[in-house]
Design a protein around this ligand. Structure first.
Ligand SMILES: [Zn+2]
Length: 276
């Protein structure tokens, strides 16, 4: 966990943060996918550009019959550099991939950078439908990272989606985890990992009741949904998006607005969880 470098995370976020919508900034989008391929290959993963949308899939060289997946979308909306959305998550994923490759390369974990999340999650849906359904391995657990770099300790900095019948802290300095019934046990394991290895880092878990994501679309807005639809245990990790970050989908979603201690803690928790 000490090997997770704050400077490295910052430099990845800096590199990612140009508008890179899949269609409207196709050149930047594809260039970034190629760069991701090179990064994962340099760490020894077996990498491919998967499917019609160009997901980047990096699998361990020593494949197991069942693996864990970490996923994050790499595209942005056209009008935004997307530092938090979703550069922060790609940086956390890269940080995890690098540390696992260097210190625990036997870990059966793969990484997927999805394209086109901002166009209705069609990249992750294609990955689940056309790739996973035919894969020679099964997936025991999935961690989807969706905006994990913005934090604030100011009172009132955290808002709650309208109508959601839960209570959350009013300071936006915690990592949020979202699970369904199928992934409740997985979420509990992340929460206990956090207590053990990062006792001062606040993590709040929410397990939604069956079907709640249909009543509250805000719970179904990221790449975890195609996995939930296929009954694969999947937890989404998030800073809660526009309910905390005022720069959501704006020109101002830039690297200097992020909290890199927070992003490092998220990355460390991801490393510990995956390694365990
Ligand atoms: Zn977004």
């Amino acid at each position: 966990m000490d090997a997770v470098s704050l400077q490295q995370l910052r430099s990845w976020v800096d590199r990612i943060s140009v508008p890179r919508h899949a269609l409207l900034q196709a050149e930047a989008n594809r260039a970034f996918a190629r760069w991701l391929v090179e990064q994962f290959e340099a760490w020894g993963y077996a990498v491919q550009l998967q499917g019609i949308y160009g997901n980047v899939v990096a699998l361990p060289r020593n494949m197991a019959s069942e693996i864990v997946l970490v996923g994050a979308h790499y595209d942005s909306v056209p009008q935004s550099p997307g530092a938090d959305d979703n550069g922060s998550a790609v940086a956390a994923m890269l940080g995890c991939a690098e540390v696992i490759a260097k210190f625990a390369s036997q870990t059966p974990v793969g990484f997927v950078a999805f394209n086109c999340e901002e166009d209705g999650m069609v990249g992750s849906a294609d990955f689940v439908d056309s790739y996973l359904s035919r894969a020679e391995f099964t997936v025991g657990a999935v961690h989807i990272l969706e905006m994990v770099g913005f934090a604030s300790s100011k009172p009132g900095s955290q808002r709650l989606p309208t109508g959601l019948p839960i209570q959350i802290p009013d300071r936006g300095d915690f990592l949020g985890l979202l699970a369904n019934k199928k992934s409740g046990v997985l979420m509990d394991s992340i929460l206990s990992e956090a207590k053990g290895c990062l006792p001062k880092f606040p993590v709040v878990g929410l397990e939604v009741v069956v079907g709640a994501e249909k009543l509250f679309p805000v719970l179904a807005r990221s790449d975890h949904l195609p996995f939930w639809n296929c009954n694969i245990p999947t937890v989404m990790w998030t800073d809660t998006s526009e309910f905390r970050n005022p720069h959501y989908h704006q020109k101002t979603d830039t690297p200097e607005t992020l909290d890199y201690d927070f992003l490092r803690h998220v990355t460390q928790l991801l490393v510990a969880t995956v390694a365990r």
